[in-house]
Design a protein around this ligand. Structure first.
Ligand SMILES: Nc1nc2c(ncn2[C@@H]2O[C@H](COP(=O)(O)OP(=O)(O)OP(=O)(O)O)[C@@H](O)[C@H]2O)c(=O)[nH]1
Length: 656
């Protein structure tokens, strides 16, 4: 398995190197080359892992982890702490780097790379959430693919990479998975149980992040749109105010009997021109169409004095004719002005005081570039970061670009002016938008993923502990059973050490220790019993019959003894009884009872004679006693009983 994983990883290294060196066109911009470089380093770390082991891999991966964490921090740092523009500026000091986004991978790729690095540095241990990190990388890859497939990628934030880098990431992930999955087989159940709640949390975090990203970007767009609308409204207000001023200006001259004198025209026109600087000129046209007076009297304006405006191009003629002939306001629409710029000319009829006769017209030449300049000059726009464009009927009149890279959105605000359409277009730079953009989506995503990681570890740890606990419980049970068994065996061994297996009576050893324990009791008697001619039972009736005879003797012997008497098998067909607190005469009675019982116990020799027993009694009334001496005396008595014909009782009196 690890050989396949190594081959796949080497393929990733090869492709990433080729992408970075052989064909740089594959990488669309610097930020993707950051992804590819990090991907290549992780690939090398992963290859080391399969080839040389963990230590070499860690050496390679730790710096990558540090870079990735710095990258994540740059996405998370609040604007108030370090403004985006500052980070961008610092980044641009590096050679060949234009800005911060050239140094850090897109957000999704950064998180995938972090998950892959974390998985390797965690030694692909299930207990350190390596399976979750791999599942997380897979989910992030799917999210990245969805972002690429939809239009939502148009965010000022660098969200997703290219299909090529995604392919390499998927290959690297697959290699990692193939390399480690077999090692997780024995903890499969724990892994699956821990993955379910954690992945649910990951999905929820991704959903929240997506919604917040949409909201935050929409808010920024709305702000920009609001700015464009405000400018268009301001423009509309300017034009309306201008029209009103032009009307007031014309009606002033209509109150006079005489045509305006040059001085008076100059004075009034200067007054209006001061207020409305975007009037390129203010001219007085006589009733026959001749341009008589012009303010301001600069070179270009002086050149048109004396020209008959009705003799020039049609747009001018129609509007002027409307004023002079029909006593109505006329305007030219957007036309190329004689001054060489687009503009609009308003013609307003000047009548005699009784309004019966048109005596001339006031012409006001409105320059759109000048109007746009005025609008731009008076606006509060952040000119360093926001590009403004002013267009009339789709033709750009003025464009004020910024030095910064343009943002993803251009917001338009349209203003209808008679048949014309004026457009104010704004484009805020990416850096400016990112400075304004809330860090909340990426912060909540990071917190969500961190919580999912911790949740996995807690659930996994808990499950592993409960598995270990139940296996410990099982082995404890087995141990308890074993101990019970061994205790029973021990008891049996101990019992066997002190008993005779055949008759179940205490054996000689136990008897002797009992005798030594109780040898201080007075009086004390011992009966030593020997079955008569036992050998003949064995020889004639068989060994089993002999055994049965011994068992029978033991049974009747126990019954014949009073309570508290220890009856033991002394060896072979010999038995011994210890009678504490029993004097010799009472001992004789007990022995007699035993002898009778044996004779009547039903065991017979081959010739029909009943089994009998000879008994030697030794008693001790007072004084010191050596246990062996008492037994020896009983043995002497037994010997005497045997010698005197068997089936009898002999007493060996106390030596005292
Ligand atoms: N079946 C059986 N025989 C036993 C056992 N222990 C000892 N014996 C036999 O008991 C017999 C004892 O024989 P002897 O010592 O000659 O004594 P005896 O035949 O009883 O003769 P006296 O004691 O002189 O009456 C031997 O044959 C032993 O083999 C036993 O556990 N089972």
């Amino acid at each position: 398995m690890s050989r396949i994983a190594l081959s796949m990883t080497l393929l990733v290294i090869l492709l990433a190197t080729a992408g970075l060196i052989v064909d740089p066109s594959m990488i669309q911009d610097q930020s993707h080359s950051a992804s590819w470089t990090l991907l290549l380093l992780i690939g090398i770390g992963q290859a080391m892992w399969y080839w040389r082991g963990v230590r070499m891999s860690v050496v390679c991966l730790l710096p990558v982890l540090a870079i990735l964490l710095l990258g994540l921090a740059s996405y998370l740092l609040p604007e108030a702490l370090i403004p985006y523009v500052t980070l961008d500026q610092w980044a641009s000091w590096l050679p060949g780097v234009q800005g911060l986004d050239d140094l850090r991978p897109p957000l999704m790729e950064l998180l995938i790379l972090l998950a892959l690095t974390g998985g390797l540095l965690g030694r692909t241990r299930a207990s350190l959430a390596a399976p979750l990190l791999q599942a997380l990388a897979a989910l992030l890859l799917v999210t990245e693919a969805l972002l690429l497939a939809t239009d939502e990628i148009r965010s000022p934030q660098n969200l997703a990479g290219t299909p090529a880098s995604m392919l390499l990431l998927a290959l690297l992930l697959a290699a990692q998975f193939v390399g480690v999955v077999s090692g997780w087989r024995h903890t499969q159940t724990s892994i699956l149980r821990s993955l379910i709640p954690s992945l649910a949390l990951v999905l929820a975090s991704l959903f929240v992040w997506h919604q917040q990203t949409l909201y935050v970007d929409q808010q920024l767009q709305d702000e920009l749109q609001g700015e464009a609308d405000r400018l268009a409204t301001q423009l509309g207000a300017e034009i309306t105010a201008h029209l009103e001023a032009v009307r007031r200006f014309a009606s002033f001259w209509s109150l006079l009997e005489e045509p305006p004198s040059a001085e008076e025209w100059e004075r009034q026109a200067a007054f209006y021109h001061q207020d409305f600087s975007y009037f390129l000129n203010i001219a007085y046209i006589e009733a026959d169409g001749t341009i008589r007076l012009v303010h301001p009297r600069d070179d270009s304006n002086r050149a048109i004095v004396g020209i008959n405006a009705l003799d020039v191009d049609r747009p001018y003629v129609d509007a002027l004719a409307k004023a002079l002939s029909a006593n109505q306001e006329g305007h030219t629409g957007v036309v190329p002005l004689l001054q060489g710029m687009p503009g609009m000319i308003y013609y307003l009829p000047i009548t005699s005081p009784d309004q019966q006769r048109v005596t001339g017209a006031a012409a006001m030449v409105l320059s759109f570039p000048v109007l746009a300049d005025k609008l731009y000059a008076e606006t509060l726009l952040d000119r360093e970061h926001i590009r403004m464009r002013f267009a009339v009927d789709g033709d750009t009149i003025r464009d004020w670009p910024t030095s910064e890279s343009p943002g993803p959105w251009t917001t338009l605000s349209l203003l209808a002016l008679d048949e014309q359409e004026l457009t104010v277009a704004l484009n805020a730079s990416t850096g400016y938008l990112l400075g304004l953009r809330s860090r909340q989506p990426v912060a909540s995503l990071s917190i969500g993923l961190l919580l999912a990681y911790l949740l996995y570890m807690v659930v996994f740890g808990h499950h592993r502990m409960s598995v270990q606990h139940s296996s410990m419980y099982r082995s404890n049970e087995e141990l308890r059973r074993e101990v019970r068994h061994r205790t029973e065996l021990q008891r049996e061994v101990e019992w066997l050490a002190g008993h005779d297996e055949l008759t179940l009576l205490p054996n000689r050893r136990l008897f002797m220790s009992t005798l030594r324990e109780q040898q201080e009791c007075r009086p004390l008697s011992v009966l030593l019993c020997d079955i008569d001619h036992f050998k003949s039972i064995n020889d004639q009736l068989g060994h089993q019959a002999g055994d049965e005879a011994l068992r029978r003797f033991a049974r009747v012997g126990r019954l014949a003894m009073p309570e508290g008497v220890v009856l033991a098998r002394y060896g072979g067909e010999e038995f011994v009884a210890l009678l504490t607190g029993v004097a010799a005469d009472e001992a004789v009675e007990i022995a007699e009872s035993l002898r009778q019982s044996v004779m009547n116990c039903g065991v017979e020799h081959a010739d029909g004679r009943p089994m009998t027993v000879s008994i030697g009694i030794a008693s001790h009334g007072a004084g010191d006693l050596i246990a062996e001496d008492l037994l020896h005396r009983a043995d002497l008595a037994l010997y005497r009983a045997k010698r005197q014909g068997r089936n009898r009782i002999e007493v060996c009196g106390s030596p005292a």
